[in-house]
Design a protein around this ligand. Sequence first.
Ligand SMILES: [Zn+2]
Length: 342
Amino acid sequence: MNVLALVDDPIFAAHEAPAGHPERPERLDAARAGLARAHLALPLRQLAGRDATDEELGRVHTAGYVERLGRAAGSSGYFDADTFYAEGSVEAARRAAGGSLALVDSLLRGEAGYGLALVRPPGHHARPDCAMGFCLVNNAAVAAAHARANGAERVVVIDWDVHHGNGTQEIFFADPSVLYVSLHQYPFYPGTGAADEVGTGEGAGFNVNVPLSHGADESVYLTAFDRILCPILQEFDPDLTLISAGFDAHRRDPLGAMSLSDEAYGHMLGRIAGALPRGALGRLAILLEGGYDLRALSDSLAATLSALEDTHDPVSPGEVGARHAAELERVATQQKQFWRLG
Ligand SMILES: [Zn+2]
């Protein structure tokens, strides 16, 4: 029987936020409430937590940065203007990355078909040699590199956080074995994520950015999946799928300016599941990134999880306005160099 493996740990709350900071421990309470409310089609199994080792972090981060993280453990301060660390933050970051590794192991061993990591701090802005944008360790990248080191040939990271995952892109920019796909608000923090950032060297074509201007709604996102991302996923044929699941493209989010509903997240999950080959459909993990409105985070996560193993016909996207249609066209033009798009 299929199972949803869960990573959760009270230590993630030890990454205490300064007063008023949006990336705060209460986000995890909201996510847990969303999980509790989701209409899960499969049983849940919590995994034992573990810490990522220096070697595992070192697959995507520099030795110098791993050392710097070690020195920051037990103290507090800022890595950059908006990336704080508290006394428990480095321990939380190591456990968040380690939990993502445990999830990958569970999926690769076939013990679970789906995984959910309710982790903090988030990861996708963390670069090889530094923390950035609320992120200390790049959890999705550490997980993807671990999967590659343990037999997965092709891994896809699909990032629907409203911000571009510059760290994940940078880490795998020259690597054809890890496909990075991101839908994000653009121009916006962190400034990267243009359509023509397609990868380099052997990695050319294995970086797919879908930069969208403000106000993009479900019809824009689903059209991006139908026209561009699903055909690429089918052709890439991944062994393992990681979703960098931020919920800050929700219309209630205080940081983003997009217009997704709760249900849109379930519909996107449905598109991804529908595009994956049978084998990879049983190896899909959802890793929490951003999402700063607690109700939106909770309800969107519930919608996402309720769509796992949902057998309903996919909803059709609505009409896309001219501005967003032109943006999608630019992405398709770039990606047609590398993929069979209709
Ligand atoms: Zn974000």
